[in-house]
Ligand binder design. Structure first.
Ligand code: S3P
Length: 425
């Protein structure tokens, strides 16, 4: 994919459904009694992997234009999959599903693509092991394929060493089947979509600061869910609107849950002009339309508890920092190394290829804004967020940028390039 410098951006874009919420709506819909109707479900490859896994376990899912119907069979209604469960590229699918599979009355094997087979699964194997689950990494290196022999689980209080919504959700989902209450405490609050949705479906759950507890054996009742637009997808249009001169973009239907909105806070602190319009709630999740105009940005320090609330937006923020005045320091973000790619290494490599002044650190990056960026060949390692972040960089850089494996955006945003193109002057 070749992308040229933009002459300006104008118009409206409607953001596809949130990836995290879409996954959870199928998972909890499958474990609830009755038909769960989901609107604005994200038709990205990751969420389709979740759907395929549940179909393999006997759940009927109708994927109709405009709505998804999940025919839930209750907490104990899954059946043994006839084949391996393939999660594709999706870390959320494999980690959350591990929590659901560990207590089942059957065995299952979870695997995924080359990237998934390199990502750490010990982070879920450890708490599940403490709950007495039988979960094994088949290659013996803490990575997928994972073999899970379903068994009875014990309720625990887990102190998670990492602020990860995937770990938290895995433990909470397993906790629904445990012999007593299950709690998890994380070092900083990660996205709370599982907590909100579990409550919405009728689970008994309490949250206090960074600890969540769930009571076992809830009766989950089917629900209607409207998935808000994904703030992680909106991030590319926010950045494009800010970086490209003569831009004014209305980004419709963006989820602004406070455990996900760190990017908006950082943008404001960098001097961005972003207006919130039409604020409302969809299925317990706050949403708004965002009006974004070209803005002069200044560098900032991004560190501490805000990191989990913008973790997926850091590649885009790093690109923005290269166009900002002054220095930006990103710290406490070592998790970037174990995402779909090593995002510290890859963002640094690609920014440097475009002429930016950037240094990788052990837990982040230092970016000194100033040098004008020019088009380059971008190595994505098939990481959707790298492709989209550098597609936006291309709009503000001189000349032509080539994005390798550009179709990896289908993981979270089918139609991304078309939506971007529609705004071009
Ligand atoms: C997600 C949690 C985050 C995020 C990922 C989606 C989720 O991962 O990066 O894209 O849906 O729970 P971690 O839990 O590993 O931080």
């Amino acid at each position: 994919m070749n992308i040229q410098k933009s002459k300006g951006l104008r118009g409206e874009v409607r953001i596809p459904g949130d990836k995290s919420i879409s996954h959870r709506s199928v998972m909890l819909g499958a474990l609830a009694k009755g038909v769960t109707k989901i609107t604005n479900f994200l038709q990205g490859a990751d969420c389709l992997s979740t759907m395929a896994c549940f179909r393999r376990m006997g759940i009927e899912i109708e994927n109709k234009p405009g709505e998804v119907l999940v025919h839930g069979q209750g907490l104990h209604g899954l059946s043994a999959p006839r084949d391996v469960l393939d999660v594709g590229n999706s870390g959320t699918t494999i980690r959350l599903l591990s929590g659901i599979l560990a207590p089942q009355a059957f065995s299952s094997t979870l695997t995924g693509d080359a990237s998934i087979q390199k990502r750490p699964m010990k982070r879920v194997m450890e708490p599940l092991g403490q709950m007495c689950a039988k979960i094994k990494s088949l290659p013996g290196n803490g990575c997928a394929p994972l073999l899970i022999d379903g068994t009875n689980l014990k309720g625990i209080h887990y102190q998670s060493p990492v602020a990860s919504a995937q770990v938290k959700s895995c433990v909470l989902f397993a906790g629904m089947y445990a012999d007593g209450p299950t709690s998890i405490t994380e070092p900083a609050l990660s996205r709370n979509h599982s907590e909100l949705m579990l409550k919405h479906f009728g689970a008994r759950l309490t949250s206090q600061e960074t600890t969540v507890s769930i009571e076992p054996e809830p009766t989950l009742e089917s629900r209607e869910i409207t998935v808000p637009g994904d703030i992680s997808s909106a991030a590319y249009f926010i950045a494009a609107g800010l970086l490209v001169p003569h831009a004014e973009i209305l980004i419709k239907n963006v989820g602004i849950n406070p455990t996900r909105d760190g990017m908006l806070k950082v943008c404001r602190a960098m001097g961005a002009q972003i207006q919130y319009l039409n604020q409302r709630e969809d299925s317990g999740e706050p949403t708004a339309d965002l009006l974004v105009r070209s803005s002069a940005l200044t560098g900032i320090v991004i560190e501490g508890d805000i990191i989990p609330t913008l973790i997926d937006e850091l590649p885009m923020l790093a690109v923005m920092a290269a166009f900002a005045k002054g220095e930006t320091v990103i710290r406490n973000a070592e998790e970037l190394k174990v995402k779909e790619s090593d995002r510290i290494a890859l963002v640094t490599e690609n920014l440097a290829a475009m002429g930016a002044d950037v240094t990788a650190t052990s837990d982040g990056m230092i970016i000194r804004g100033g040098p004008a960026l020019s088009g380059a060949r971008i190595r994505t390692c098939k990481d959707h967020r790298i492709a989209m972040s550098f597609a936006v960089a291309a709009l503000a850089a001189e000349g032509t940028t080539v994005i390798e494996d550009a179709d990896c955006v289908n993981i979270s945003y089918p139609g991304f390039y078309e939506d971007l193109q529609k705004l071009s002057l």
